[in-house]
Design a protein around this ligand. Structure first.
Ligand SMILES: *Cc1c(COP(=O)(O)O)cnc(C)c1O
Length: 495
């Protein structure tokens, strides 16, 4: 299978290992298959598969330049005993909906699902391509991606992860995770500035041709670990398949019955994987796109106009605080029948005018496939409390966004389809907000003490990965000026 860019013509094609190493297409587009695979979902085939077996099947469908043995090793290492649950993901039923828990990995958020796979794919891709440069994964993070990338790439030969995060701008737990992972091939550095400063400077560094040349002379090259990398997207299709099969096996739904998935959305990677699952034959009725106060996607689904010119809010669901959802580009590429000229034009409008509008045919397709809504910070806390009082089940703020939006959608639409709410983080990753939602009191001290305080309130057993976090020591932050990021990078790489 070959890959192409959403913004370039079909002449430019790469195989999967090259697309994974490169991350982004040079003209700014995202890699997608030149021919989308035929449907593979068939209950008979998938019914008796473990999570790992399903992952191998899905990865083999997209990444056929990797041998079965290579994929098998990648999956077994990625989904091994660094997870709190052998099954990798779990489903809970509460208040008439299903919660698909994707947060039992090392950094307690769903990004582990893909970021335990991607580094191993990249490592193998380097071998397949006989790439003689080491890969520098350069990442700006508002919190979750940094820790998950560091955890995934820890100890991977020929890779080095360098994470820039806003000083004072990530949660105490996220900070602890990143600093606790520092060492060997992993670096996390605070910058004096906000997430956008970090992101803007990372993009500048990526596009600095003199620097890229200098790296090349030193046998180094950049790549990216965010969800624009196709190697991060494909592993996320698996849990849509897996949860459906479990619901059939448990007698909750019948084979072939259409269900909804409700997805707390930021960069649109998670929900796009759901759309791909549907294209691969999974009976999905609606994908519910849930946003926080940064509700640019809610407006887009309502009006057909994507307008990023608006106030940016820092909310209690920080991983969803985003105004440009990159993976929407892959969806539009599909709905515009793979018209890369049109996509290049729309994305150019987004850059220059700050907005674009889709045509009525595409709007109609969006209406068929998606529902959308958003939750304010207060609504998030109310939802955490509602579900807890109903069922003694604790949601993290991101999952609560989706839970709130789902409930509202079900009331308004009378849609009776069973609904799976994607649960993207452990409540212990955001203990300050969850504790406040449940008790109306602030925690005594943020960070690790807040985890303990929440746990004392919930009176439940703590899992291994939460415990690892509590045990992690204290580490010194390394801080740099935003305009010094490039020099800091050169120092780290010693070139
Ligand atoms: C990254 C993240 C999201 C958003 O996922 P996207 O794929 O960017 O839409 C939601 N919740 C949590 C906890 C996350 O870390």
């Amino acid at each position: 299978m070959k890959y192409r860019s959403t913004r370039a013509n079909l002449n430019y094609q790469l195989d999967a290992p090259a697309a994974i190493i490169q991350g982004l297409s040079p003209e700014g587009g995202l890699f997608v298959p030149t021919t989308f695979p035929k449907p593979i979902f068939d209950l008979k085939q998938f019914k008796n598969m473990s999570y790992q077996e399903m992952a191998k099947k899905v990865l083999a469908t997209f990444f056929d330049d990797f041998s079965d043995d290579q994929l098998s090793q990648i999956v077994d290492e990625a989904y091994g005993n660094q997870w709190d649950d052998k099954e990798i993901v779990k489903i809970a039923k509460h208040a008439n909906n299903y919660y698909l828990e994707l947060f039992h990995g090392p950094t307690l958020a769903f990004k582990d699902i893909a970021l335990q796979i991607l580094p191993r794919l990249m490592h193998t891709a380097i071998k397949i391509k006989q790439n003689d440069s080491d890969i520098i994964i350069l990442t700006a993070t508002s919190g979750d991606t940094g820790g998950a990338a560091m955890s995934g790439f820890k100890g991977q030969e020929h890779t080095h992860v360098i994470v820039f995060y806003p000083y004072g701008g990530v949660s105490p737990v996220q900070l602890r995770q990143m600093l606790g992972l520092k060492g060997d091939n992993l670096t996390a550095i605070a910058i004096k500035g906000n997430f956008d400063d970090a992101q803007t400077n990372v993009k500048k560094i990526f596009n600095n041709q003199a620097l890229v040349k200098k790296l090349k002379l030193n046998k180094l090259q950049f790549s990216s670990a965010n969800s624009m990398n196709i190697g991060r997207l494909v592993p996320q299709i698996v849990y849509y398949f897996y949860s459906y099969v479990q619901l059939v096996k448990n007698g909750e739904i019948t084979n072939g019955q259409e269900i909804n998935f409700s997805v707390p959305t930021g960069n649109f990677g998670d929900i796009l994987a759901g759309y791909y699952a549907k294209k691969l034959g999974l009976p999905i009725h609606k994908l519910i796109c849930a946003s926080d106060q940064n509700n640019v996607l809610t407006d887009f689904f309502k009006t057909g106009t994507y307008d990023r010119q608006r106030k940016f809010y820092l909310t209690n669901s920080p991983a969803m605080d985003i105004l440009v959802s990159s993976n929407l580009e892959r969806l539009l590429f599909d709905l515009y029948d793979e018209d890369s000229n049109k996509l290049a034009q729309l994305m150019n409008e987004l850059n220059t005018k700050g907005k674009y509008t889709v045509n009525p045919i595409v709007k109609e397709k969006l209406d068929q496939l998606f529902a959308a809504g958003f939750a304010t910070e207060d609504e998030v806390e109310t939802e955490i409390k509602r579900i807890f009082e109903k069922d003694h089940y604790t949601l993290d703020p991101h999952t609560a966004v989706a839970s709130f939006v789902t409930n509202k959608y079900q009331e308004a639409s009378h849609d009776q389809a069973p609904t799976v709410i994607i649960s993207t983080a452990s409540p212990y990753k955001f203990p300050e907000t969850v504790f406040h939602a449940l008790t109306k009191k602030d925690v005594k001290e943020k960070g690790i003490p807040a985890i303990k305080e929440l746990n004392a309130f919930l009176q439940e057993d703590i899992t291994g990965n939460v415990n690892n976090l509590i045990k992690a020591g204290n580490y010194q932050e390394q801080i740099t000026e935003a305009n010094e990021m490039e020099n800091t990078l050169l120092n780290i790489l010693d070139i």
